[in-house]
Design a protein around this ligand. Structure first.
Ligand code: 3PG
Length: 212
């Protein structure tokens, strides 16, 4: 099964901001204990590359990727650190090219028809839709999906436990992402049990929703 098939089955990709690299492994283990085996570590902190490296080397069951990849240098650094997928808030052709050259799945942020067209012309079939709540949520995605039929969307930004079920049953939505599972304050407080509880709650909600 390839990366995108696995994401589409899992339905949830946690967005993780690690401020202290020492928290990366326990956060990964807490998510796994709750049934989630994907994590997008954002390149927003100085320790992000170290965090990715630690998870990649020490938690092999976790599929770790890099988020907030904005520049070509970010992409190269994240891949060198061991990121197995790349997520960007926007579309940068060079970032996409680097990922394709390295055979690394890439999910650029695309909210306009022009950006989605650019992604399709790079051969991509999954795009991030961020910030989903601000750009029209499911209503907007549905309109775009009716035109761009080869594309599936990964909405993030304002997705949480309360509105998860609005999104995940739609055929044009591959999965959702978000920080509600392991917000920075829970990681900083080392409340890994609560991260596991939230992960499990989300997994249960997905199971219930997709079996309806
Ligand atoms: C992202 O990087 O996708 C967003 O920061 C996640 O948004 P959220 O914090 O609203 O979940």
């Amino acid at each position: 099964m390839d990366f995108f098939e696995k994401v589409s089955q899992a339905k949830i990709v946690p967005v993780v901001v690690i401020e202290d690299a020492a928290d990366a492994i326990p956060t990964a283990r807490a998510l796994l204990a709750g049934g989630i085996s994907f994590m997008e570590i954002t390149m927003r902190t100085s320790c992000a590359l170290d965090a990715i490296k630690q998870v990649k080397e020490n938690v092999p069951e976790m599929t770790v990727g890099a988020g907030t990849v904005i520049t070509p240098a970010n992409a190269r650094d994240a891949i060198a650190a061991g990121a197995t997928f790349i997520v960007s808030p926007g579309f940068c052709g060079e970032v996409v090219d680097i990922c394709i050259e390295n055979d690394i799945p890439v999910v650029p942020g695309c909210v306009t028809p022009t950006e989605i067209t650019a992604a399709i012309n790079k051969g991509l079939s999954v795009v991030k839709f961020f910030p989903a709540g601000v750009y029209g949520g499911k209503k907007a995605i549905k309109e775009l999906a009716s035109v761009f039929r080869s594309v599936k969307f990964l909405p993030t930004g304002g997705v949480n436990q309360d509105n998860l079920n609005e999104y995940i049953n739609e055929p044009y939505i591959t999965a959702v992402g978000g920080s509600w599972l392991c917000p920075a304050k829970l990681i900083a407080a080392h409340d890994f049990d609560e991260i596991t509880r939230r992960a499990n709650e989300a997994v249960m909600a997905v199971r219930k929703e997709i079996s309806l």
